[in-house]
Write a protein that binds this ligand. Structure first.
Ligand code: PMP
Ligand code: GLN
Length: 381
């Protein structure tokens, strides 16, 4: 059998979670909370199931959930997305992204990714027969390099994928960044795939930081697929429900693929999410909730030889390991897991060429006691 994805093995998240489990390590690798979601959300699912809401929902998602998403996008970003023709509920952001790519990328089309990038983007483009064009974020700061982005655009460029707040670097694009992107794309027909799964996790609002959704920039929104995930926002990564918001013409293409890709998504969970979204508080409270954990984790590492990089958003904290070890990132993460008892993710896993800059990623979406147990082991390094 000739493989379609020769460079692909098992994802680093699965590899590190398995190693953490075998070693009895505290798992700060794969990004997921180790605490439960709001019991009300579980009760809402149970209620929907008990009411008999257990058969196929409409292909694009249950209307009440699409309406709740539309209302949120209006409330937060002034977006005007028709629940009927511009919002589709997906099986997580992962399915949203592969479906967008399969829907719009023709064989030979170029798609720009900014490295380091989430590990599904590149194989998704390859499966669609597209050509991956890798543009590095600025080493060290992980800021976008707009001269390089601009230079990467050719007549064959079909789309660019951006991700802010950014996994793995925990950086957040500024308004100036988004305006610059808007200006660069203006003379082109390049589509924008904006992965905003961490939209509700931007810290330091007192210093003026805020999520800059592509929806806020009308000329970007007109060409954009906006992707988000309830897994991140409501502490239910295992539910695998997200959504895509895009102008009607783009949504129509998206749904052509979606209907044959999953057709539709878990009915009772959709009703529960719709009911839960009636209250904005859970997502409005999320930045403060995670900022406290970020600060707890950062202050616990302050006396160690790890060099803390900024964590402006997401639930990740990156650290430079060069003063702690001479191992490469991947070997360091294995050593840290098996010998020190804390799992982390090497940033090299987010680069096509395995670029190693001696930086690893920790996830702080954990109970305080979990973070404290990890810190007891890490602080002495
Ligand atoms: N994009 C990014 C940047 C992510 O970090 C994740 C979650 N790991 C996803 C997409 C996938 O989200 P989901 O779990 O909803 O499929
Ligand atoms: N997005 C999560 C992370 O970056 C993991 C998702 C996955 O396991 N595929 O850690």
């Amino acid at each position: 059998l000739t493989t379609k994805l020769p460079a692909v093995g098992t994802t680093i998240f699965t590899v590190m979670s398995s190693l953490a489990q075998e070693s009895g390590a505290v798992n700060l690798g794969q990004g997921f909370p180790d605490f439960n979601c709001d019991p009300k959300l579980v009760a809402d699912v149970t209620q929907a199931m008990t009411q008999g809401l257990n058969q196929y929902p409409p292909m694009a998602g249950v209307p009440v959930l699409r309406q709740a998403i539309s209302d949120k996008l209006q409330l937060l970003y002034g977006g005007k997305y028709s629940a009927d023709s511009e919002i589709t509920v997906t099986a997580g952001a992962t399915q949203a992204i592969i479906t967008i790519i399969l829907a719009v990328v023709h064989a030979g089309d170029e798609v720009i990714v900014l490295e380091p990038c989430y590990d599904s983007y590149v194989p998704n483009i390859e499966l669609a027969g597209g050509v991956v064009v890798r543009v590095p974020l600025v080493p060290g700061s992980f800021r976008p390099d707009f001269d390089k982005i601009s230079a990467a655009i050719t007549p064959k460029t079909r789309a660019i994928i951006i991700n802010s707040p950014h996994n793995p670097s925990a950086t957040v694009w500024t308004k100036a960044d988004m305006l610059r992107l808007e200006e660069i794309l203006a003379p082109t027909e390049v589509l924008l795939i904006s992965d905003e799964v961490y939209e509700h996790m931007v810290f330091d609002a007192d210093k003026g930081c805020a999520h800059q959704s592509a929806i806020l920039f009308s000329r970007l929104a007109a060409r954009a697929f906006i992707v988000s995930s309830f897994g991140k926002t409501y502490h239910v990564t295992g539910w695998k429900v997200g959504y895509v918001a895009a102008p009607a013409a783009l949504t129509a293409e998206f749904r052509k693929v979606h209907q044959f890709n999953v057709f539709t998504v878990n009915t009772p969970v959709q009703y529960a999410l719709a009911a839960y979204m009636a209250d904005a508080k859970p997502y409005l409270d999320l930045p403060a909730f995670y900022q406290r954990k970020r600060d707890l984790f950062r202050s616990g590492l302050a006396g160690s030889r790890f060099k803390l990089l900024p964590s402006e958003g997401t639930y990740f904290q990156c650290v430079d390991i060069s003063a702690v070890s001479s191992l490469n990132e991947a070997d360091f993460c294995k050593w840290l897991t098996t010998e020190i008892g804390v799992a982390a993710i090497p940033l090299s896993a987010f680069y096509g060429d395995g670029f190693d800059q001696r930086v690893v990623r920790f996830c702080f979406a954990k109970k305080d006691q979990t973070l404290e147990a990890a810190l007891a082991r890490l602080a002495k390094l």
